[in-house]
Design a binder for this molecule. Structure first.
Ligand SMILES: Nc1nc2c(ncn2[C@@H]2O[C@H](COP(=O)(O)OP(=O)(O)OP(=O)(O)O)[C@@H](O)[C@H]2O)c(=O)[nH]1
Ligand SMILES: Nc1nc2c(ncn2[C@@H]2O[C@H](COP(=O)(O)OP(=O)(O)OP(=O)(O)O)[C@@H](O)[C@H]2O)c(=O)[nH]1
Length: 436
């Protein structure tokens, strides 16, 4: 589902990251061994009163070599482009500075809701001073002490009140996908090729955010697709558009809105750090993933080229062992016809429901091959398993003691499930729960 976005702006040192961490709370997960972008701590998901939203700390988007004022203005512009609600942070300890006024001046141009947060209001005496901040012209100041968690509840209330109404009715039959990859890997060429190949009338439809334009099309079999816009990949000449953090953030937003992500890699360049972070994020988000190696025409190939390439991918994207790989050329058209097919198969896999009886047969066979682990003389007992969700397929395994379920055994069960059913291209989640 597509989530609304909240962006935090303000000059350095006012406490943006502290507020970001408060709002994102425990939802910033740091998963070991997966180079997910969640560690960058500029993009996370927050939740309050059952409303979920994405939150961006624009302070984390640093523009190297730009003068200080240019940088904070650019960050405010990013907030105005990306967000549905903007949190402008100032410092109650130091009062209003020129930089705060510069930020306010940029924000006057937007009609998006702005919540003015006066941070570092650590004690009641200081509350009286927040009235000075009315002069910024950004509305009522909300006093907060982010380090102590005071006042953040009111800010969250204000965020939720200002979020746009639930957007985009979900149509389960439509496949939403996006093409993600570093600049110049050939995303636009592939998009044009896919649309050309399908010989369909592609019509841009307004997306959930003002500036996102998604492309809607139907293939010959009547399957509907929505290609999610990755507008940030377009070159608009803004100074921040080319920064890696911004491009990563745009990619993350596109991933959030997609069911399936086409991770595009340039055959000439191989896999880069950027690819691993984006892929890690898509994996953590439970999205379907197709690895597309483009510019296949540029390589001098022999019998082992493809095998070697696959090996590199499998080593670098260790956590994506379920993702199929397609080697294509947007230039010559080689294997482009495989893309819609592969997308449809992944969509099928991520929506697959396994009946409990069939699932439990597989689990029991698995336990017969590889007995459950023991710890301090106690053996893990598996009572039964059941699928609780799709997209991604999620299974709960009921056990005697959760602690006895080791990661490696869960991994083994996952492999057995993958051998028994076709879950190619989708992560699957296994959760151990103590039976009540
Ligand atoms: N007294 C007090 N200090 C705070 C509070 N919130 C943050 N700080 C401190 O203010 C400093 C800056 O906080 P950050 O969250 O890093 O500020 P920032 O705006 O993200 O800064 P940049 O990353 O430089 O943009 C840190 O030393 C924090 O500990 C608060 O509520 N009260
Ligand atoms: N040889 C070859 N060149 C390709 C292929 N696909 C794209 N190109 C070229 O690679 C360059 C970049 O292609 P784009 O489609 O603009 O790449 P992009 O990923 O959309 O780039 P950004 O807009 O910068 O994000 C162009 O010069 C293309 O003609 C391919 O399969 N083979």
């Amino acid at each position: 589902m597509s989530l609304p976005t909240v962006a935090i702006v303000g000059r350095p040192n006012v406490g943006k990251s502290t507020i970001f961490n408060r709002i994102a709370g425990e939802r910033i997960s740091i998963v070991e061994d997966i180079p997910g972008v969640t560690r960058d701590r500029i993009y996370a998901t927050g939740e309050w009163l059952t409303r979920k939203f994405n939150i961006i700390d624009t302070g984390g988007i640093e523009l190297s070599d730009e003068p200080f004022m240019t940088e904070i203005r650019a960050q405010a512009e990013i907030a105005m482009t990306e967000a549905d609600v903007i949190i402008a942070v100032v410092d109650g300890e130091t009062g209003i500075t020129d930089a705060d006024e510069a930020v306010a001046n940029i924000l006057y141009r937007t009609d998006k809701p702005i919540i003015l947060v006066v941070n570092k209001v650590d004690n009641p005496e200081r509350r009286m001073e927040i009235f000075d901040f009315y002069s910024l012209g950004l509305g009522d100041p909300y006093p907060v002490s982010a380090v102590h968690g005071i006042g953040t509840g009111d800010v969250l209330d204000a965020i939720v009140q200002n979020l746009p109404n639930e957007i985009e009715e979900e149509n389960e039959n439509v496949i939403k996908f996006s093409l993600i990859g570093r600049p110049n890997v050939g995303k636009s060429s592939l998009i044009n090729a896919i649309l050309g190949e399908e010989r369909v009338i592609a019509s841009p439809i307004a997306g959930t955010t003002r500036d996102a334009i998604d492309t809607h099309f139907t293939d010959e079999e009547g399957q509907e697709f929505v290609m999610i816009d990755t507008a940030g990949m377009r070159k608009s000449g803004k100074i921040y558009e080319n920064t890696e953090k911004y491009s990563v953030m745009r990619a993350m937003r596109a991933i959030d809105r997609s069911d399936i992500v086409l991770m595009v890699i340039n055959a000439e360049e191989g896999i880069r750090e950027y690819d691993m972070r984006i892929a890690g994020f898509a994996h953590e988000a439970g999205k379907g993933i197709l690895i597309v190696v483009n510019k296949w025409d540029t390589l001098d190939k022999d019998n082992s080229t493809m095998k070697n390439f696959e090996q590199e991918i499998r080593i670098k994207f260790k956590f994506l062992d379920y993702a199929p790989i397609v080697y294509v050329s947007a230039k010559t058209g080689q294997r482009l016809n495989k893309l819609p097919e592969a997308i449809k198969e992944i969509h099928h896999a991520q929506n697959l429901r396994i009946s409990s009886s069939v699932l439990n047969d597989v689990i029991m066979d698995a336990v017969a091959i590889n007995p459950t682990p023991t710890d301090k003389g106690k053996r893990l007992k598996i009572f039964y398993a059941t699928q609780v969700a799709v997209k991604p397929p999620t299974f709960v395994v009921f056990v005697n003691e959760e602690e006895l379920m080791h990661f490696s055994y869960l991994r083994f069960l996952e492999n057995q499930i993958r051998k028994a059913f076709v879950f190619e291209g989708t992560p699957i989640h296994l959760i151990a729960r103590k039976r009540k």
